[in-house]
Design a protein. Structure first.
Length: 357
């Protein structure tokens, strides 16, 4: 819930404290507020208003003789009501995103993976991404690549740009020629089918259309001609695909965790953060709830994860053809540069679909 509006005087003082604390990470005193907020107030009035903001929960005082720092409530008010974007910086970020995505075209996960590095470099925070499959994703192609006599790489390409890979060790040898034929056969058999549904093995041994050659052939005869037990090989591929699809429902990737860890003051905070990210389901649930609520920012303990009490999470959805396929975002200290973080994440989110092919 958004707080009721503060007076213009209190807003100016709160803004001055937050901007300076983000810049220096040091408690802010009344003298600095007087110098930076351009207020025609006496020092005593500023001290009184800062004390009032503390009592109302927008500022805290870490030490008796120190200045004030923002509270979670103060940051939330800042993000919801006081945050401003520098148009020059915003235009530069949008140009950088456009230039980056022009060179990052590819499958969805590849684009998002590269986006992690880009986001971290742009903001100096930890970049995170989630991907999840949807019931409307369909098989586009299945490619098989022989990695030697006892290894076969299976590559699944979905209709929304998803690319998934797994390696199997078939009970029979599969050379390059057979791998190519097997991939074309599976593509012809499965193209357009729902990726969320189990593959029915039995119909796959029937007559299908070879998409590569545009001709009709009997899969069993084609593979048996190569002295390969067709049904065994098909079942091994189908089993591998089923296991891969089960693992691929939700994924969390993290890049440059050290950048956020370095900003946290206590080692136990770092340890909790690492442990939480290892059990990524909690972070993914938080990201989902933010996206479903239409919010982009979780500050400190707002997300209900103790490990993120000293951190903020900024996320934006990734959509392709109007379908939510994942998210990209940043984790940083609560004193992060919210304007830059939000601008970078939102610009990348808005354009990422154009880079997916």
């Amino acid at each position: 819930m958004v707080d009721q509006s503060l007076s213009a005087r209190k807003e100016a003082i709160l803004l001055a404290v937050i901007v300076e604390y983000i810049r220096t990470a040091a408690p802010v005193g009344s003298q600095h507020v007087l110098e930076s907020a351009d207020l025609t107030l006496s020092p005593a009035t500023v001290r009184t208003q800062m004390a009032n903001l503390e009592r109302e929960g927008y500022l805290t005082q870490p030490h008796v003789s120190a200045g004030r720092i923002p509270s979670i409530r103060g940051y939330r008010y800042f993000v919801d009501r006081l945050l401003r974007f520098d148009p020059v910086e915003l235009a530069k970020i949008e140009r950088d995103v456009t230039d980056f995505l022009q060179s990052a075209k590819g499958a969805l996960e590849d684009v998002l993976e590269r986006s992690l590095t880009f986001l971290s470099q742009q903001t100096n925070y930890t970049a995170v991404m989630t991907t999840w499959t949807t019931s409307v994703e369909h098989y586009k192609t299945l490619q098989m690549v022989s990695l030697g006599p006892d290894a076969l790489l299976v590559i699944i390409v979905g209709s929304k740009g998803t690319v998934e890979r797994t390696t199997i060790h078939p009970s029979v040898e599969v050379d390059d020629t057979l791998a190519g034929e097997l991939g074309a056969w599976f593509t012809a058999a499965l193209a357009g089918k729902d990726m969320a549904k189990p593959i029915d093995v039995e119909p796959l041994t029937g007559v299908v259309v070879d998409a590569a050659r545009g001709t009709e052939f009997d899969g069993a005869n084609m593979l048996l001609a190569n002295q390969v037990p067709f049904q065994v090989l098909v079942r091994e591929v189908v089993t591998a695909v089923a296991e891969l699809r089960t693992r691929a429902d939700v994924g969390l990737r993290v890049r440059e965790l050290s950048k956020t860890a370095a900003a946290l003051e206590q080692l136990d905070q770092v340890a909790r953060l690492l442990e939480t990210l290892e059990h990524d389901v909690h972070v993914v649930d938080l990201i989902r709830s933010l996206i479903e609520s239409g919010s982009m920012v979780s500050i400190g303990d707002e997300g209900g994860l103790e490990a993120l009490n000293e951190c903020s999470l900024v996320v934006a959805p990734c959509e392709i053809d109007g379908e939510l396929v994942g998210s990209i975002g940043l984790i940083g200290p609560t004193r992060m540069d919210y304007s830059r973080a939000l601008a970078a994440v939102e610009a990348l989110s808005a354009q990422v679909a154009h880079a997916v092919r």
